[in-house]
Design a protein around this ligand. Structure first.
Ligand SMILES: Nc1ncnc2c1ncn2[C@@H]1O[C@H](COP(=O)(O)OP(=O)(O)OP(=O)(O)O)[C@@H](O)[C@H]1O
Ligand SMILES: Nc1nc2c(ncn2[C@@H]2O[C@H](COP(=O)(O)O)[C@@H](O)[C@H]2O)c(=O)[nH]1
Length: 206
């Protein structure tokens, strides 16, 4: 019997829109999804934990990962590298489990080249003013970095058409409801396609 592969879900959106918040709330509800923990050269924020929030690397270590083809995608974003470990994603999908990436847009576009069958979701702010308030009020970034992230945000929003779904993060629970509905609906679609494929095979093989 052919084993079904898992589905790759990719969540992007501008810094401060609430990707991490929404993803954590989704994972509190859906224990079947597997989160791919990224590598970064960014310094650890207060409260962040190695191996839970990120795997923290020096620039040399990160460049070794790049040169060794160990990353499914990577990007330099506002002065730091961020990347997705290739083995974890490929092995988890192969084992039939779904994988969830929370990454910025340049990386998501690289994933799309290798995994066009992935499901690409863009989290959108209720307004640019609210986006700025969220990132400022989070209090984790210096004024300069906030400015750079907001400049990036405008470029990222321009790439939103490359995504399969756009979800507005106004109320957290409503955004999570919508992402959960997308996950369920993608499963239904794949099951339908798998059943049709099986019927065609049966007809051909007799
Ligand atoms: N729906 C919401 N309404 C109000 N505040 C929110 C909402 N979603 C998230 N926030 C708040 O906005 C801030 C940014 O959220 P979060 O850190 O999850 O964003 P992010 O998109 O993961 O950012 P980054 O890309 O910089 O890591 C946090 O302080 C969070 O509590
Ligand atoms: N291309 C990738 N982007 C990633 C990855 N992991 C996180 N990110 C994104 O980077 C920015 C900044 O993150 P922060 O934790 O410093 O606020 C944000 O958009 C993340 O989603 C990754 O593996 N690849």
């Amino acid at each position: 019997m052919i084993k079904e592969k898992g589905i790759l879900f990719i969540l992007s959106g501008p810094s401060g829109v609430g990707k991490g918040t929404v993803r954590k709330a989704l994972f509190d509800r859906d224990t079947e999804l597997k989160y791919s923990i990224s590598m970064t050269t960014r310094g650890k924020r207060e409260g962040e934990v190695e191996g839970i929030d990120y795997f923290y690397k020096s620039r040399d270590e990160f460049e070794e990962l790049i040169n060794g083809n160990r990353l499914l995608e990577y990007a330099e974003y506002v002065g730091n590298y961020y990347g997705t470990p290739r083995d974890y994603v490929e092995e988890t999908l192969e084992s039939g489990k779904d994988v969830f990436l929370e990454i910025e847009v340049q990386g998501a576009l690289q994933v799309k080249e290798n995994f066009p069958q992935g499901v690409f979701i863009f989290l959108f702010p209720p307004s640019l003013e609210e986006l700025a308030n969220r990132i400022i009020n989070r209090g984790t970034e210096t004024e300069d970095i906030v400015k750079n992230r907001l400049t990036e945000a405008k470029k990222e929003i321009e790439m939103m058409d490359a995504y399969d779904y756009v979800v507005v993060n106004d109320q957290i629970e409503t955004a999570v409801d919508k992402i959960q509905a997308i996950v369920k609906s993608e499963h239904c679609k794949r099951n339908r396609v798998a059943k049709q494929y099986k019927k065609v095979l049966e007809a051909e093989l007799g």
